[in-house]
Design a protein around this ligand. Sequence first.
Ligand SMILES: [Cu+2]
Length: 158
Amino acid sequence: MRKKVMTILGCVALAALTFAPAQADDTSPGPTIVAAPDGQTTGFLTPAMVAVTGQPLNFVNADALALHNVISCHTASNGSNACDIRPDGSAPWCYPASNFYLPGRCPLFWSPLKVIGNPTPIYGLDDGYAITGRTYQFYCEPHKTAMTGTLVLLPNPT
Ligand SMILES: [Cu+2]
């Protein structure tokens, strides 16, 4: 009996250790876009990413040299920013809450700039605006030409 109790306690402790970092970082288990070491030269380790509609997608920076993020934009052939934008500005990263993106120019999905480690959710994929089956392009905002990728949004099987 005592051995069984100790085994159960061990499992509970292991579960707590397993989930504690995710809670601290506000991330859930799921696919993760990774900025490579020296990312502003080498780009993303995961330039082609797949996510499932309504399920988490995370970002982690593996580069000790610079801040990176993931934004639903790419550089158009004429050199201008081309973004998939949100139909409304109610997300926390939209103007005026962030005072960073102009009204009507708020990225569909977005992560904050992050230092090395410290994963973050990529926000904006779970509120019904992202279109299942579409391929979205993304870049790191400070390194728009060197750090690019594509995200395919698959249907949720449930
Ligand atoms: Cu970057």
